[in-house]
Design a protein around this ligand. Structure first.
Ligand SMILES: [Zn+2]
Length: 285
């Protein structure tokens, strides 16, 4: 799919599983278990999915997934599996090498979004994308580097420390305009300073759902994750963007939904829900 100057495609970079109760907050399992696959330890089937934006002079990634630096203990807690997918392999299938990537937009620095930023090479952390600038919002950068008790398990500096040492991180001070055709929706309910890219040419608009809309079942306003630091803020943020999505027929991209890469949003008298799936590209799944 093309939007303005950008060719849009998706790359699944890993499979994993997080606790279904944590993923759906106050929603009872009797409801969410009808919509997602769940294992005997209550983990639901999830993926990490990167958005690739290619123009004449940029190759931009939005988030990089779980990466492959995991110790066996955590790999098994989060059921992280990169045997079928990886970001570097997904790029190779498109004829792109890691050094071709010009920019990595980090929506926020939680491990399942930036784990693929760095890798181990001879016991040393190195950037996966050596020519890239990694973009992050200042508010998220500050929180990630001094997390609270609630979110310290999700912010692991191995995913960005070496990038900062090499001068590859650009901190954005609440800027919403990124490039011609790409702007950010900045949201603070899930974590502070999450930036969600919106790609638009004025006719077609795609929003990266990040952890505001991680999966298709998270479209209804009250379906909010227990991970969120300010759930009422998330609710207000969903209510702010959902009417625009329906009115302007946006495409919503899902980072974590194993079955749906993107869909339209519909409003009924019962609220907002996922509509028709949108096929972004062929041959990547
Ligand atoms: Zn997150």
């Amino acid at each position: 799919m093309k939007i303005g100057a950008f060719e849009i495609s998706e790359i699944i970079t890993s499979e994993f599983g997080l606790d279904g109760g944590a993923m759906f907050g106050v929603v009872p399992k009797t409801l969410w278990s009808r919509q997602v696959g769940v294992d005997d330890q209550n983990r639901i089937d999830m993926v990490t999915r990167t958005l690739l934006l290619e123009s004449a002079d940029r190759k931009i990634l939005v988030d990089t997934g779980n990466g492959d630096k995991w110790a066996e203990k955590y790999k098994s807690i989060y059921r992280i599996d990169w045997s079928r997918f990886s970001l570097v392999d997904g790029l190779a299938k498109k004829g792109i090498s890691p050094s071709d990537i010009t920019d990595v937009i980090c929506t926020h620095l939680h491990f399942d979004h930036v784990g693929g930023n760095t890798r181990m090479e001879n016991d040393k952390l190195v950037p996966v994308f050596p020519s890239a600038t990694y973009w992050v919002q200042a508010a998220n950068w500050e929180l990630a580097n001094s997390p609270t008790e609630k979110d310290q398990a999700s912010y692991l500096s191995e995913n960005w420390g070496v990038l900062a040492e090499n001068g590859m991180v650009k901190i954005l001070e609440n800027e919403r305009e990124f490039l011609d055709g790409i702007r950010f929706e900045i949201v603070n309910g899930h974590t502070t300073g999450q930036q969600l890219p919106i790609v638009s040419d004025g006719t077609t608009t795609l929003m990266y759902g990040g952890d505001l809309f991680p999966m298709k079942p998270h479209i209804p306003v009250p379906w909010v994750m227990a991970y969120d630091i300010e759930p009422m803020t998330t609710i207000a943020e969903k209510k702010r963007v959902l009417p625009k999505m329906v009115e302007e027929d946006w495409i919503l991209f899902f980072e974590h939904d194993p079955n749906t890469a993107a869909c339209k949003v519909v409003k009924t008298d019962k609220g907002y829900f996922g509509g028709d799936a949108v096929e972004l590209d062929e041959g990547t799944r």
